[in-house]
Design a protein around this ligand. Sequence first.
Ligand code: AMP
Ligand code: ZN
Ligand code: FE
Ligand code: FE
Length: 285
Amino acid sequence: MTESCCDLHCHTTESDGTLTPRELVRLAREIGLKTIAVTDHDTIAGIESAKRAGEEFGVRVLSGVEISVEYAAKTVHMLGYCFDAGAAKLQAGLDRLVSGRNERNAKIVARLNELGCAVTLEEIEAEAGGKVVGRPHIARVLLRHGYVATWEEAFDKYLARGAAAYFERLRFSPVDDVALIREAGGVAVLAHPKYVALHEGETLEDILQTLVHAGLGGMECYYTDHTPEETAYYLELARRYNLVVTGGSDFHGDVKPEIALGVGKGNLCVPESCAEALIERAARQ
Ligand code: AMP
Ligand code: ZN
Ligand code: FE
Ligand code: FE
């Protein structure tokens, strides 16, 4: 690991990762990262302790969050960075998303029970450690009980969009999401553009134009699963639309052991200049 890499997409035990914020920062220090951003799903609860650990271990920690929004009947993941983590409106928006998750999770459990999978909401919440509960936690409980043999089976059979126990949950539109992040002083970023599903005839640029119009400030060009060709294409798009280039591994700890902090599947290196550019953009807008 060279000294000039950062990782701006990391999950912790506050959502579906397996390292606590402090453990994450300590690992970042061990592998020589200068800067990380904690980007848990729908929560910023880990940021304060991550920042404290950042001071302890000498790692710069940026505030971050990952929110999946509803765009043309599809899910698009958005990241928010460098916002004021004390902003009341941001917290209220995230609280609504978590309530929406809890309502959805109850429906999933009821349907799973009907389908013969005797799992309870309590054990799923225990799996999540009392934090933001997601489908990955439900998948883990299904696996532990032997109702499915693999993670993929849990999603294909029950949890993926359109599967037997799938239910929608409250999601913001991209416009609302961008506003939420920007009003808190942050920069809204399109996450892993590779995984933006496109309708027939639609291009990534169509979606980008809508998002840029709404106030999008950046794009995650460097990402674990992006090929060099894809990265080059996203870098070119970011340049054309005047977007800050960001990047990260999407580290989740033991639940996704194939993805390592900082380096992803081995050869990821997000230039430290990405972190600088984000900070600068947040200060300017
Ligand atoms: P949630 O935020 O609770 O709706 O769960 C979303 C998470 O579930 C994603 O971040 C993925 O980790 C996982 N996930 C969603 N769809 C799939 C799928 N088809 N296969 C595997 N994992 C998935
Ligand atoms: Zn996740
Ligand atoms: Fe994501
Ligand atoms: Fe993620």
